[in-house]
Design a protein around this ligand. Sequence first.
Ligand SMILES: [Fe+2]
Length: 357
Amino acid sequence: MSLNIPVVSLDALRANDAHQAQSLTHSLKQFGLIHIKDHGIDENEVNELYDCYRAFTRLPDEEKAKLGGADVWYQRGWTPPNTEKAVIANGQPDFKECYFIAPIEMDAELKLEFPELIAENIWPTDMPRFKELYLKIGKQVHEIGLVLLAACEKVLGLPENTFKQLIEGGAHVSRLLRYLPITEEQIQSSILWGEEHTDFNLLTLLPGGRFYDEKDQACPAPKDGSGLFLRAHSAEHPEGILLSGTAPKGCMVAQIGQQLEILTGGRFVATPHVITPPKTTGYTRMSFAHFMHVHPHQLLTPLAPFRTKETIEAYRPPVMAGSYDIKTLVDIGLAPTSALDSLGYRHYSRLEKQRNG
Ligand SMILES: [Fe+2]
C-alpha cells in the first residue's frame, strides 16, 4: 500500500470532480489527512500575518498576558508557553505560544451559554494589519473546509449540506502558533514542539507553516526531519508509522479531528500527529491552524448511515459537542477542572439554603 499522501485540487472539488472527491475521501480514511492545491490562499498574506504575529510575540509577557488568559480558558488572545499539554504526553506541555481568534461571527445566545468557548475576540492595540489579515485568512480557510466537507458528503452518501448544517454556529477558531527556539539540552532530551495528539474538533486546516532561523529571518525548513508528522497505519505497520505530513510547496493540509471520527462511526479516524523541532538550536516555526467545530448543541454520536452496534458501543455515550469541548479543554490544561462542575445541576446551594430555612 502506498504511503504517499495525495494532493487534491480544490477547484476540481468545487466543480464536483468525482475522481478528486474519491481521492480526498480515500486519503482521509487512510491517513486522516490530505494535501490541497488550487486553494486560493495568498501565501504572501499568510507570511505577512506570520510577521505581524512575530512582532506581537516580541512584546513583554506582561503585555501579552493582558490579552486573553485563564478567564476565557485561553480560547481568545494569547496562550503562554507551557500552558497546553497533550492528553497522552504524560503532562509534558507543548513548547509554543499561540493566539486564538474566532473569524466567523458567533451567535449571541451561544455567548450566554458558553461564555469561554464563544468569547469576543481580543486584539492588540495598534496592529490593524494583524487583525485584518487574521480575520481574512480565517474566513477563507473556513470556506475551504466547507468545500472539503461537501465533497466528503457525496462520497459518504450523506444528504447534501449535512455537515454544513451540523457546523453552523460552531465554536470555530483560528490559531496562530509560534514554536519556540530550543536549547541544546532540550535537543538531547528529544523534546517535541507539539506532543503527539489528535485534534478534538471536526476538521483542521493548515495553510502552511514557516521556519525562522537564529537571526529571526524566514528560512526553508531545516532538512533534519522537523515539522508536522502523522502516525499512519497500514497492514505492514499495524502499530503505526510516522510520516511527514508537510504539504508540497503551495499546498495546504486538512486533517480529521475526533468529532468527525465520532460522527462517521470511525469511517474517518482522527489523525495522531506530532510537531518535531529541528536538531539545531535557534530555529522557530510559525503556523496557522483553523479548527472547525460542530454546533455546541450537536450530539456527538455516529450519524444514521454509520450507526451499528459496534459504532454505537465504540463512541458511547452520546455527548453534546459543547460539553465535549469543555471536558477536552480541561483534559489539555486550558480550562480549570472546576469547569466540569458546570456540566451538572448548578443550584444545589440554593436547595441547601432552603432546606436549612
Ligand atoms: Fe493538532
